[in-house]
Design a binder for this molecule. Structure first.
Ligand code: ATP
Length: 309
């Protein structure tokens, strides 16, 4: 039995189709990432899977339970950490944990041990008497995770759990997720960070409610056609603009201070890019061929669909 299965799952809001005929399956014990930019439909998908929102069309099952007919039973099996997870800032770390233990109806017996274990697991024990409102962003997310785990769920839904968290805390958070995977928990995570998607067993790329591709990160990278040149210059924005004008067939992406140029012929691409920079008086700091990242795949798949932005 799959941990999660959807068939043509669809949710419309007035004129807008937020999730459009989504069909996916997630195996038990898998770490699945749903990846897309803001407004892609990730949260809506997760709400439907968690049995909080009904679909307009299509169906979903979590551990064989129907998301609408058995939504109450689903809640016993899942942990759900939403983007604005309800931590109480005026309660301490420990009090928040007890609050969620009450909500989930955790028996009094064994409760203290369970909470202690989760605090140790999430490295929060030294802060157990601190008010949640005084925790750092990364610690708040870890506390949110610990609260979502208090009833030992089999499937964990995490909606952009590391959004706005610093890179060190993000790594820490992912270490905890890997630990949970070892214990057999299925994890369904949404993220807008493509480097995080690389850490998943499988990834679904979603854009405007539609699933564009779904596979392992390695296989998704095979979707890339052509080689990638990474170009660093004194003016990355202008470089990207000029390259877009010059290479009508190529896909150009701007990633921070680096410009990626997809080209069928890296030798010719490099020569052309170098002479273009020189003609425009832009200083070339470096140019090299690199392995595609999931970002490149995303840009490439989007441009093929005519949906690049
Ligand atoms: N309750 C609602 N009523 C109307 N429109 C909604 C509602 N919830 C979501 N939407 C719209 O549906 C689309 C998908 O939203 P959703 O929150 O699922 O995207 P997302 O990928 O999770 O993005 P974000 O990371 O910004 O939350 C957006 O255009 C959003 O404005």
């Amino acid at each position: 039995m799959d941990a999660i299965r959807t068939h043509n799952l669809t949710r419309r809001f007035d004129g807008l189709t937020a999730v459009d005929r989504l069909t996916i399956s997630v195996a038990q014990g898998e770490l699945f990432g749903l990846v897309g930019s803001d407004g892609a439909g990730k949260t809506t998908t997760m709400r439907m899977l968690a049995g909080i929102m009904d679909p307009t069309d299509g169906e979903a099952w979590v551990l064989g339970r129907h998301s609408v007919r058995d939504s109450e039973a689903i809640k016993d099996d899942i942990g759900y950490m939403s983007q604005r997870f309800g931590l109480y800032p005026d309660l301490t770390v420990m009090e928040n944990m007890h609050f969620y233990a009450d909500i989930y109806g955790l028996p009094r017996r064994g409760r203290a041990e369970k909470i202690d274990r989760l605090l140790t697991f999430s490295n929060l024990t030294p802060f157990k008497n601190r008010l949640a409102g005084n925790l750092s962003g990364g610690m708040k997310q870890k506390l949110g995770l610990a609260c979502a785990l208090v009833h030992t769920p089999k499937v964990l839904f995490l909606d952009e759990p590391t959004n706005g968290v610093d890179p060190v805390s993000r790594r820490d958070f992912w270490r905890i997720l890997y630990q949970l995977l070892k214990e057999g928990v299925t994890i369904f995570v949404t993220t807008a960070y493509l480097d995080e998607a690389d850490r998943c067993n499988r990834v679904g790329l979603i854009h405007k409610g539609k699933l564009l591709a779904c596979d392992t990160p390695v296989n998704l990278k095979q979707l890339m056609r052509g080689a990638i040149l990474e170009i660093r210059t004194s003016d990355p924005r202008r470089t990207a603009r000029l390259l877009r004008n010059r290479f009508s067939d190529a896909t150009v992406g701007l990633f921070g201070d680096r410009v990626h140029l997809v080209t069928g012929d890296p030798g010719t691409g490099e020569t052309a890019a170098v002479s273009l920079m020189s003609a425009e008086g832009i200083e070339l700091l470096g140019i090299r061929q690199i392995e595609p990242s999931l970002e490149d795949v995303f840009v490439s798949v989007l441009s093929r669909q005519g949906g690049a932005q």
